[in-house]
Design a protein around this ligand. Sequence first.
Ligand SMILES: C[S@@+](CC[C@H](N)C(=O)[O-])C[C@H]1O[C@@H](n2cnc3c(N)ncnc32)[C@H](O)[C@@H]1O
Length: 212
Amino acid sequence: MEFINPLANQYIETYSNATPSYLKAMYEATNIEHPHAHLQSNWHQGGLLCFISKLVRPAHILEIGTFTGFSTLCLVEGLQENGMIHTIELREADANKAASYFEASPHAAKIKIHQGDAKEIIPTLHFEWDLIFIDADKTGYQTYYDLVLPALHKNGLIIVDNVLFHGEVLEENVAGKSAKAIQAFNEYVLNDERTEQTILTIRDGLTLIRKK
Ligand SMILES: C[S@@+](CC[C@H](N)C(=O)[O-])C[C@H]1O[C@@H](n2cnc3c(N)ncnc32)[C@H](O)[C@@H]1O
């Protein structure tokens, strides 16, 4: 289910300019060449990630789910001078493709890509995170949230993608495995005394989470 009327989406893209324009080529290349192009954030969401990152001015960013690197290259824009983004991708081919885009970008020195399972890699990263983007396998969201929350800076922000899961969480009987996992995650976060959150109806739904 598309939540945003395609005309409204076109209008939003026309009147928003927060996405770095040099990313157009890699963004379009993924859309045209990748068999799972739908996994990529859309152009407008990329701009929002960039905008939020510039507001937060993070020293350390963690991204779970790199894909071909579009969202990484949006998030990196707000990093402090000596800041670093760590991004984790399970699939070797996508991690290699992302690494080639990072190398060609002006930000190569600020991006560290880790290829492998985020559940194993996160505990090896000993940083206090200012900004975290959770956007990998939906059945892992609760695990990722519990793994990263203790390491979130007290003023830090977690952004979680696909929290409306193509509208499947709106069904009376949530059926699919990923939709069920997202529904359970949304309930879990809502009832977590440690945090407060708000959901944005951007693309497939984004939750913003901060510590109380
Ligand atoms: C929705 S895509 C990420 C899209 C990207 N963040 C963007 O906005 O353009 C999800 C990615 O998470 C990766 N992934 C799935 N399970 C993972 C895991 N256990 N650890 C790390 N990455 C994983 C997938 O291979 C896929 O590339």
